[in-house]
Write a protein that binds this ligand. Structure first.
Ligand SMILES: Cc1cc2nc3c(=O)[nH]c(=O)nc-3n(C[C@H](O)[C@H](O)[C@H](O)COP(=O)(O)O)c2cc1C
Length: 405
């Protein structure tokens, strides 16, 4: 979205084999990546692979200049962020002491860019007091860390020490590069379709993928918000830095959102909540033999609670400081329907999207939305990736928050 200059420093642990995947994740997001390696890292992964993927020469020697300049200073100055992944116990110790006897340590000490490190090592090396002390010294100097995760380790042990997934590290780097404009704000985002049970195996649901809500949650977390994602039916992975509660029905979503509301400054309701649910759900599977041979199954539907309206009522009752955003997914008559919804519910903003378009809305990666405001203004956005729609929306939310403090 916003191409940045990222230096990836790789040190000599087994997890170095994931470095090429990390370069792909970063370049895939549009960033410009230059790699440097310790001598021992080159025993685990070939510099040629990183060179081919990053399309930049890869340095591993402090005294072998690739550019005719003093490489470690030129690279350190070029960086907008320096990422060390994996970082070995050895390199953590050296950096804690300020040792600069190779290209990686010299780049790290010389740069003024933010630093993010992803440790990876055997669980006992990780838990050793000296490693923890050295890491604490780096954190004290402003180094950010991501991972390690717990699980099966390449050395055969189990426990903490696995390097985080490259996608997670790439997200963490994105966060380091993003202005923390929502820091200190608790944001609730709902996403996905609800699922209204008919019996123990069947339900009434809809085609919402949850992608829009997940993109908003991810973007809010990148901006430093404390994000709670209340997710309906969706196979999507939880975005980096986001807390998630999974719910099934609209009733469950209603309960969670209303319970969490008091602690939040922002509520964004991107979920596709079913308006109706079966009056009664059978606890057992309804069998065909139990029905008359020529008869169908009648399902009596009753109205679900209106989560957005109830949120707006609560917010008004408590002084109206929170920002509440609703979504209106409509197949026709889109803007007037969104305006009616805005008036009925009393929220701050409605995001209207036309789900009749095949290139936008449900289950695709792009969306064409309009922001519908209470004063009558309508802002129509072009067809954009959902991450960018999320960024545009959060810019408006930040403005509303600013006006209320
Ligand atoms: C097969 C093998 C795997 C290793 N894996 C790790 C590891 O995952 N993490 C770690 O901190 N050290 C690991 N080491 C030890 C480092 O390679 C060693 O400390 C080395 O000096 C690190 O150099 P560097 O920090 O300059 O890259 C491993 C060593 C070997 C032989």
């Amino acid at each position: 979205m916003n191409p940045r200059r990222i230096v990836l420093a790789v040190s000599g642990g087994i997890a170095a084999y994931k470095a090429p995947e990390l370069v792909r994740a970063l370049t895939g997001a549009g960033h410009n990546v230059r790699c440097v390696m310790t001598r021992d890292a080159t025993r685990f992964v070939s510099p040629l692979v990183l060179e081919a993927l990053s399309q930049h020469p890869v340095g591993d020697d402090l005294f072998d200049s690739q550019s005719g300049e003093i490489d470690h200073i030129a690279i350190a100055d070029w960086a907008e962020v320096v990422l060390v992944a994996p970082i070995t116990a050895n390199l953590i110790a050296k950096l804690a002491r300020g040792i600069t006897d190779d290209l990686v340590t010299a780049v790290v000490l010389a740069t003024r860019a933010p630093l993010l490190v992803a440790p990876a090592m055997n669980v006992n090396m990780w838990n050793d007091e000296v490693t923890q002390r050295n890491l604490a010294a780096l954190r004290e100097r402003g180094f950010e860390t991501v991972g390690p995760d717990a699980g099966d380790l390449a050395c055969g042990w189990q426990g903490e020490g696995r390097m985080s997934d490259p996608a997670v590290i790439a997200d963490a780097a994105e966060r380091v590069l993003t202005a923390q404009s929502l820091s200190g704000q608790r944001v609730i985002v709902t996403a996905g379709g609800t699922s209204e049970p008919i019996d123990s195996v069947r339900s009434v649901t809809n085609r919402s993928s949850g992608k829009m809500g997940f993109a908003i949650a991810a973007q809010a977390a990148l901006r430093g918000a404390d994000v709670l994602l209340v997710a309906g039916e969706t196979p999507l992975a939880t975005p980096f830095g986001v807390d998630r509660i999974d719910v099934g029905s609209a009733l469950e979503m209603h309960e969670v959102v209303l319970r969490e509301l008091a602690g939040a400054q922002v509520v964004i309701k991107a979920a596709a909540v079913a308006d109706f649910r079966p009056r009664e759900a059978s606890t057992l599977k309804i069998k065909k033999e139990d029905l008359a041979p020529d008869g169908g199954l009648q399902i009596d539907l009753v109205r679900n609670p209106d989560i957005l309206a109830d949120v707006c009522t609560e917010v008004k009752a408590s002084g109206g400081k929170q920002v509440v955003v609703g979504f209106a997914a409509e197949s026709h008559d889109v803007i007037p329907a969104a305006q009616r919804k805005l008036e009925r519910k009393g929220c701050d903003l409605i995001v209207a999207n036309d789900i009749s378009r095949s290139d936008a809305g449900f289950n695709v990666d792009e969306n064409a939305v309009s922001f519908v405001w209470p004063e009558g203004e309508i802002e129509e956005l072009a067809l954009l990736p959902k991450s960018q729609v999320a960024a545009e929306l959060l810019d408006r939310v930040e403005k509303l928050l600013g006006e209320r403090t």
